[in-house]
Each structure stands twice: as structure tokens, then as C-alpha cells.
Design a protein around this ligand. Structure first.
Ligand code: ZN
Length: 244
């Protein structure tokens, strides 16, 4: 697609307030002329993410004037039934662990399928044909609804089901966590990296009491471990590049 075509397009970003979706929002603001955001409230334990969203939008607009002009409305869709029926460690008080099927019990079955379908219903009305999400195949989790094949199949279903040319973009799909930090640095330099450390939330337990170099969190849950590991790997690469 040509750069001009990109400029003339409008996107809806699935924006949770976490690290990945914030990098996706920056990625979309960098290349599309109009970008709206949508968040889902499904009773997740780490709902503190949702509280981070407004602050992140404000800071992105304040620090990046070019992006401010492109950043459109924010939307919240409430899906309390998803939390009620899925019964996972993300929505009730339980230890996060691997289940017999090899998936962590943080897996909310079909969550991303629902999210994109609701997002498409909203985007249809608002004429936003590009849906953007931070799903990633290289994640530790192996959630089947994060796979590229799943999401591209869903995009096809959405096109068939709406007769609209929806596409699903997942810029982080094949990146490691360290490469996600790199992408943020490339898009918005130190200012964006700092904003991500300070204002995004990843911890599954919703903890924001302790500030580590990589951001806030309990430091022990899988999401914190993943975030910290990626951060230090990225920092290590930066240091060795600077030493050359
Ligand atoms: Zn944590």
C-alpha cells in the first residue's frame, strides 16, 4: 500500500492501556490519518489497565503534536458476561498457572474473536476499516486466538459478514518483547519509551505499588516476568550497540 493510501485511511485500535496496545496505538498514529481507540471492560482483575488509558492518550497527544491531530474518539465497551462465563484466573481470584491442556489459566476462551467482532461493529458505524490489535505469536502464552492465522481468518469472516473491506493489522505479531521496545523507541524515541514505562500497565494482578525500571507491577506474575525480561534484553542490545 502506498504512503498516500495509508494517510487516507482510518483505524480503530484495540487499546487496553497495556504495553503492547500502547505501542500499537503509536504505530497507528504514525501511519494513519485518523485513529480511534476502543477498550473492553469484562471484569478483568487488572482493570487498573483501563484507568491508565486516558492518561496514556493525554500523554501521547501532549508529547507528539503530529499524533494529537490524528487521535480521535475513545470508546469503552462493557462485556461483563465474558468475565462471568469464562471463569479464568484473569477474572477471579486464583493463582495463575498452567492447565492440563498446556494453556495458562489466564486464557479467556475466544476473547480476541469477541473483541474484534465488537470492534468491527463499532468501526462499521464510524467508517474505520483498519482494526489494529497487539496480539503476538511469540508471546509465552500460546493463546490460539492470538495467532495470525486465526485473526486473518476472522478478518475474512468480518468482510463477508459486513460487506465492508475490513482488515486486521497486528504489528507485533512476529516480534519478541525486546523488539516491541525497539519499535516503540523507533516510533517515538526516549519520550515514548519513558511514557510506556511510566504509564502502561501489564501486571495480571493489577498491582501498581512498586516501580521497577521496566514499570509498575508485582514483578512475579507471567506478564511482569515477560515485560521485565523483554526490557532488559532490549537494554542489553542498546548497550552493546552503543559500545560498538
Ligand atoms: Zn505482575
Amino acid at each position: 500500500m502506498s504512503a498516500d493510501k495509508h494517510q487516507a485511511t482510518a483505524a480503530l485500535v484495540l487499546f487496553s492501556g497495556g504495553q503492547d496496545s500502547t505501542v500499537c496505538l503509536a504505530w497507528a498514529l504514525d501511519r494513519f490519518s485518523r485513529v480511534e481507540t476502543v477498550g473492553f471492560d469484562y471484569g478483568q482483575r487488572h482493570r487498573v489497565e483501563l484507568a491508565c488509558r486516558q492518561k496514556l492518550r493525554e500523554e501521547l497527544a501532549k508529547r507528539f503534536p503530529k499524533w494529537r491531530a490524528r487521535l480521535g474518539e475513545d470508546n469503552i465497551i462493557e462485556l461483563p458476561e465474558l468475565g462471568r462465563i469464562s471463569d479464568t484466573a484473569l477474572t477471579r481470584e486464583a493463582a495463575i498457572e498452567l492447565q492440563e491442556n498446556g494453556l495458562p489459566n489466564t486464557f479467556v476462551p475466544g476473547r480476541n474473536l469477541l473483541f474484534f467482532t465488537y470492534a468491527a461493529a463499532l468501526a462499521y458505524r464510524r467508517d474505520l476499516m483498519i482494526l489494529v490489535g497487539g496480539m503476538c505469536e511469540t508471546d509465552f502464552s500460546g493463546y490460539p486466538d492470538c495467532r495470525d492465522e486465526t485473526l486473518q481468518s476472522l478478518a475474512r469472516t468480518l468482510r463477508l459478514g459486513t460487506e465492508k473491506e475490513f482488515s486486521i493489522e497486528t504489528p507485533l505479531m512476529h516480534l519478541t518483547k525486546a523488539q516491541t521496545w525497539q519499535l516503540a523507541q523507533r516510533l517515538g524515541g526516549d519520550s515514548l519509551s519513558e511514557l510506556i514505562v511510566e504509564h502502561t500497565h501489564s501486571c495480571y494482578l493489577g498491582e501498581r505499588g512498586t516501580r521497577h525500571e521496566w514499570g509498575y507491577g508485582c514483578g512475579g506474575c507471567p506478564a511482569c516476568e515477560l515485560r521485565a525480561r523483554g526490557f532488559w534484553e532490549w537494554r542489553g542490545e542498546q548497550a552493546s550497540a552503543a559500545a560498538v
